[in-house]
Write a protein that binds this ligand. Structure first.
Ligand code: CTP
Ligand code: MG
Length: 227
């Protein structure tokens, strides 16, 4: 079951409102992407990690981790899906599975990644880390008032990593782009071609650093993981 990880890290971090792209903000002496890559490196089944960077990136190569033998880089594109696609096509059929994980999710637990890998390789079908909705869920009307309360029973929050056969994922993204579907994660592309995705329960602490307050949350979560 040869597995490569793709780490999209080519975003500008607009919602973070910081001059430094969020993957290079520091938490406890290391930048976000170093934390993320250290988590992936703890999973021995991941043979190679392709970090997908903006063509303007001049920071990654200055990090010590850039020289790690299991890590290589690729240039990304305008949208997350373009960056993931660039990473996938760089694999040249050498790997059966791709595990896509956002650079902006440093709090992922290696145990959760291993659980996803076990589910996918045993079933030979893809899947993603996710967790069941905890809050009561409302659907709004166009005025921003409550239209209805949605049953929470079947609602999940999608996380990363998301893991699919490289071949299936490339085909699914090709199809979705051709149809001009909006795809914000790998699972939505797979869904568009009617292939299954396992929902593997992962920690809700695997947050994506998106807005400024998330940095403080991530710091607390990472701190508690080392203890
Ligand atoms: N990403 C990427 N290529 C893009 C856009 C995003 O590789 N063209 C990556 C980001 O670097 C991040 C992950 O995809 O690790 C998740 O995206 P998101 O949280 O949206 O990051 P940004 O796009 O950087 O942030 P924003 O949407 O606020 O600008
Ligand atoms: Mg974005």
């Amino acid at each position: 079951h040869s597995i490569a990880a793709i780490v999209p890290a080519a975003g500008v971090g607009k919602r973070m409102q910081s001059d430094t792209p969020k993957q290079y903000l520091t938490i406890g002496g290391k930048c976000v992407i170093e934390h993320t890559l250290e988590k992936l490196l703890q999973v021995a089944a991941i043979e190679k990690i392709v970090v997908v960077l903006s063509k303007h990136d001049d920071v990654f190569e200055t990090l010590a981790i850039a020289k790690h033998p299991r890590i290589s880089t690729e240039i990304g594109g305008a949208e997350r899906v373009d960056s993931v696609y660039a990473g996938l096509t760089s694999l040249n059929d050498e790997y059966q599975w791709a595990l896509v994980h956002d650079a902006a999710r440093p709090c992922v637990e290696p145990g959760d990644i291993k659980a996803l890998i076990a589910t996918c390789t045993e079933s030979t079908e893809g899947g993603l880390l996710a967790y069941p909705a905890k809050d009561t869920i409302k659907r709004a009307n166009a005025d921003g008032n409550v239209e209805t309360t949605v049953s929470r029973e079947l609602i999940w929050h999608a996380l990363t990593p998301q893991m699919y056969k490289v071949h299936d994922l490339v085909k699914a993204i090709d199809f979705s782009l051709a149809q001009q579907f909006t795809i914000t994660d790998e699972s939505s592309a797979i869904e568009a071609v009617n292939k299954p995705s396992h929902l593997v329960v992962g920690s809700s602490l695997n947050i994506k650093i998106t807005s400024p307050e998330d940095l403080h949350l991530a710091e607390m979560i990472l701190q508690q993981q080392v203890n």
